[in-house]
Design a protein around this ligand. Structure first.
Ligand code: G3P
Ligand code: CA
Length: 305
């Protein structure tokens, strides 16, 4: 019967067309705002841990070190202007027991000087410059004393400061606490402590038990059992040690997880991976990128509500 064939064809056409038009906008609504690697989003296109990702603490490692010389007032100013959550500072001690912002055990890589900073007075170190090349430009700027950083940013920033042993001993902790007190910064709102040295961290806890502490582990030294038992609020991991199981285990123990990255080639992908696992903070070498990942997660949250 011709009329039956026409009716059946019309029903099938309506069914196909309505399904097609209904499905398309739904996919676009859930996926469009998030541009991250789909490996880290669930079947609906939403990162499993988007709430945690949107809240991750952005820590400017050594200041905005991808834009200006690491550990300089300018690098910290760029990071502060980008409204990061914390300025990360590595401490070294001079021959005359002053604290300076410097990462390496020697001045050679980042400054015009050579040898260990402990062999020079602050006045001698102030004669040197940090030097770094970005594109076709070479920038120079003096090594800052910790006091200069505090004087510049005062209580406007949160400082996340790494202490270490000097000549195998806890020599920098007391002068560091004194300096924080002089600048009215000895308060969890303004400062957090971090160290790879348990002895240094323990000394800091004795001197200022109210301040948040982070125990750092180099990639080849991490041991989950040790970290779970550690007397620290936060565990600082190199990204290769960050697995979903490790993050979950540390969270269950009431510890936060902050992550640093030592391979610049994999850092951006690694940031996305660990942020999706719900880590609580990242020591970033690329503030803009981290802000983008965090903002994307916030957008997904907004659109998934
Ligand atoms: O302090 C966190 C992270 O910066 C650890 O690595 O070697 O830069 O101090 P490093
Ligand atoms: Ca550090």
């Amino acid at each position: 019967m011709l009329w039956r064939r026409i009716l059946l064809g019309a029903v099938i056409a309506v069914f196909i067309l309505s399904g097609f038009f209904e499905a398309e906008p739904e996919i676009q609504q859930t996926r469009a705002p998030y541009e991250a690697d789909p490996l880290y989003v669930n079947a609906a296109g939403i990162p499993e841990t988007s709430a945690a990702a949107a809240d991750v603490e952005i820590i400017a490692r050594r200041g905005a070190n991808n834009i200006f010389n690491e550990h300089t007032l300018t690098a910290y100013e760029i990071a502060a202007d980008a409204e990061v959550d914390s300025l990360e500072i590595d401490l070294r001690m001079t021959k005359d027991h002053e604290l300076i912002a410097l990462h390496d055990a020697a001045l050679d890589r980042t400054t015009t000087g050579t040898g260990p900073p402990e062999s020079r007075t602050l006045e001698e170190i102030k004669q040197l410059n940090t030097v770094a090349v970005f594109g076709e430009e070479t920038y120079t700027e003096p090594v800052p004393a910790l006091e200069e950083i505090f004087a510049k940013f005062e209580q406007k920033e949160h400082y996340y400061i790494e202490t270490r042993l000097v000549d195998g001993d806890t020599k920098m902790e007391e002068p560091f606490i004194d300096l924080l007190q002089e600048h009215d910064l000895l308060n969890p709102e303004y400062v957090s402590f971090q160290s790879f040295s348990k002895r240094s961290l323990q000394k800091m806890q004795e001197l200022a038990p109210e301040i948040r502490t982070t125990l750092l582990y180099n990639a080849n030294k991490f041991n989950l059992k040790d970290a779970l038992a550690a007397d620290a609020d936060v565990i600082g991991l190199e990204s290769r040690n960050v697995t979903r199981d490790n993050v979950d285990a540390l969270h269950q123990q009431g510890k936060e997880v902050h992550v640093f990255f030592t391979d610049e080639k994999t850092q951006l992908a690694e940031q996305q991976r660990v942020i999706a696992y719900g880590v609580d903070g990242v020591f970033t070498d690329d503030i803009d990128f981290t802000k983008q990942v965090v903002n994307n997660a916030a957008q997904v949250l907004l659109h998934s509500r």
